[in-house]
Write a protein that binds this ligand. Structure first.
Ligand code: GLC
Length: 560
């Protein structure tokens, strides 16, 4: 592998995201837990990932799937306790897997001790200064400004007085009203998060995924944003607004980097950075700030060769500006499953950019969706830098589009009365075995979201040993990626011309051997790739021709 030193592992890593509530349930309550994760760690080892990222498992009332944290140094009893995390980290490390955990510095739960202290005191008092508590306009009767919650509605809720009446003061929440935004100008907030970083680093955590890394600092004076009623800052539409991407946030990341650099080996950060421009993104991954950021431009690409090539080039350029590696991602716990996204596009419909909108239509072309999802995986794993897999992507799971409204937990679904907030569709628990009703997810058959009846056929058990399966494809590709010097961190050279429907690139960029050709055919007819050998393919093996191979539509391959 092209990892040069162990401290640089993150430049090439394949990182698997676990959404703990939905991965494996040991105690039978229908919610995943840490004991369940420990019992299934062998899956990650066999898959061959370098690291695992856990979505939040901290003490939380679960108003936003655990992204509403009441105690950043405590584990919610539904998942286990701190000792369970320590045991899990040790076991993962024994398997050669690094551990990254989520941290949510923009906001807390309304059950956090700081917010409870604020609620117990007068608006405007010191306890409130750890949050944004501001006098309303219209003599306190209206919110202080026009800022909107990313989950719908105003970003301000009234602070009530002792008798339960509006006090004329309002607190800020860029997400759910149960997620008040911290005031990062307050020294207590900064000190508390540093203590949290050290707490987990001292327990062997290798890094953090930073939630909403463009939030935290708000423009002084809370100026009007001009967002307007009805416009929501859905994921990926963060614009030039005074509550996002303020210059002051970079000082926070520089300080966090100093904390992480004091460890041996240094701990790492990956930021959730939704910004408007490449320059803005590059600023977050300067050498003294975050190590990497998610590449959401790539995640948002349609099945379109021109768009993908342009985004790949821009991504490489952006990270090269500051010497950071690129990252690649197709799925996470906030966006529709890529199989379904491509299936909808293959049927000629436009997929929404985020899970805030329902998946359109029923005419989706699922066979092509799956073929493209497999191709997308093979192609992504051949690109320079590190790559993310979301749990179930290795099984080719589809978005569950027909969850009954009563089962949906996404706070945006409630806040918009069902018009938005469909993120539960990608959070349905993992199928491990063929056995209904919850396919090995839980020993009792319980599951916090209903699982589609056919998911037994997509389970780890059903796919293991079937060379055609998406699971065995993923295992093969990760093995090969480790074996090929040319892959992981590095550069590329385009073999295909701009405008070609089949993307072909060489790793590394110069003529060195051994090299790998990474190809994906996004066109409607077979495409010829000059090569002497096929290393792997996402679908039907490419047909040999004169001096090369014919790659079928909706297929990706690695060749030489
Ligand atoms: C991030 C998380 C998302 C969460 C939001 C608020 O975008 O990925 O799941 O709802 O932050 O914390």
């Amino acid at each position: 592998m092209s990892i040069t030193t162990d401290a640089d592992w993150w430049r090439s890593a394949v990182i698997y995201q676990v959404y703990p509530k939905s991965w494996a349930d040991a105690d039978g309550d229908g919610f995943g837990d840490i004991a369940g994760i420990r019992s299934r760690l062998a899956h990650l080892a066999r898959l061959g990932v370098d690291a695992v990222w856990f979505s939040p498992w901290y003490t939380s009332p679960q108003a936003d799937g655990g992204y509403d944290v009441a105690d950043f140094r405590g584990i919610d009893p539904m998942f286990g306790d701190v000792a369970d995390v320590e045991a899990l980290v040790a076991e993962a490390h024994d398997l050669g897997i690094k551990v990254i955990v989520d941290i949510v510095p923009n906001h807390s739960s309304d059950q956090h001790v700081f917010f409870q202290e604020a609620l117990a005191s007068e608006p405007g008092s010191p306890a409130w200064q750890r949050y944004h508590c501001v006098r309303g306009s219209d003599d306190g009767a209206s919110p202080p400004n026009d800022w909107r919650s990313a989950f719908g509605g105003s970003a301000w809720d009234p602070v009530l007085d002792a008798s339960g009446q509006p006090s004329g003061w309002w607190y800020l929440h860029l997400f759910d009203s149960a997620q008040p935004d911290f005031n990062w100008d307050h020294p207590d907030v900064r000190a508390d998060f540093e203590a949290t970083l050290r707490f987990w680093f001292d327990r062997g955590i290798d890094g953090f995924r930073i939630d909403v890394a463009t939030g935290l600092v708000k423009a002084p004076g809370y100026p009007t944003s001009g967002e307007g009623e009805g416009l929501h800052l859905t994921f990926g539409e963060i614009l030039d607004f005074p509550q996002w991407d303020q210059p002051g946030v970079h000082e926070v990341w520089r300080q966090w980097r100093r904390v992480s650099n004091a460890y041996h080996p240094p701990r790492i950060f990956v930021g959730e950075v939704w910004v408007a421009t490449d320059e803005a993104l590059a600023a977050y991954i300067r050498p003294d700030e975050l190590h990497t950021a998610f590449n959401f431009d790539y995640l948002k690409c349609r099945w379109d060769a021109g768009q993908m090539r342009e985004v790949i080039d821009r991504s490489l350029h952006t990270s090269a500006m500051v010497g950071a590696p690129t990252t690649w991602v197709l799925e996470n716990h906030d966006v529709p499953r890529v199989r379904t996204k491509y299936a909808v596009e293959a049927a000629g419909e436009r997929m929404p950019q985020s899970n805030t909108a329902p998946v359109p239509g029923v005419a989706a072309d699922d066979a092509r969706g799956l073929a493209r999802a497999r191709a997308g995986l093979v192609f992504m794993l051949g690109l320079p830098g590190s790559a993310y897999l979301y749990q179930g992507q290795e099984l080719g799971l589809e978005e569950v589009v027909d969850l009954p409204a009563a089962t949906r937990q996404d706070p945006a679904f409630r806040r918009t009365r069902g018009a938005e907030g469909f993120r539960d569709g990608c959070r349905v628990p993992m199928p491990w075995t063929r056995r209904a009703p919850s396919f090995g997810f839980s020993p009792t058959g319980a599951s916090w979201l209903p699982m589609p009846a056919h998911w037994g056929d997509l389970s780890v058990e059903a796919q293991t040993g079937d060379p055609e399966s998406t699971l065995e494809l993923t295992r093969r590709m990760l093995r090969l990626r480790r074996a090929e010097q040319a892959l992981g961190d590095g550069d590329l050279h385009w073999i295909s011309a701009p405008g070609d429907a089949c993307l072909v690139l060489r790793r590394p960029a110069d003529d060195e051997d051994p090299h790998v050709l990474v190809a994906m055919n996004l066109g409607d007819s077979p495409a010829f790739v000059g090569a002497t050998e096929v290393l792997a393919s996402s679908g039907a093996p490419p047909e040999p021709g004169d001096g090369g191979y014919w790659l079928a539509p909706d297929t990706a391959a690695w060749l030489r």
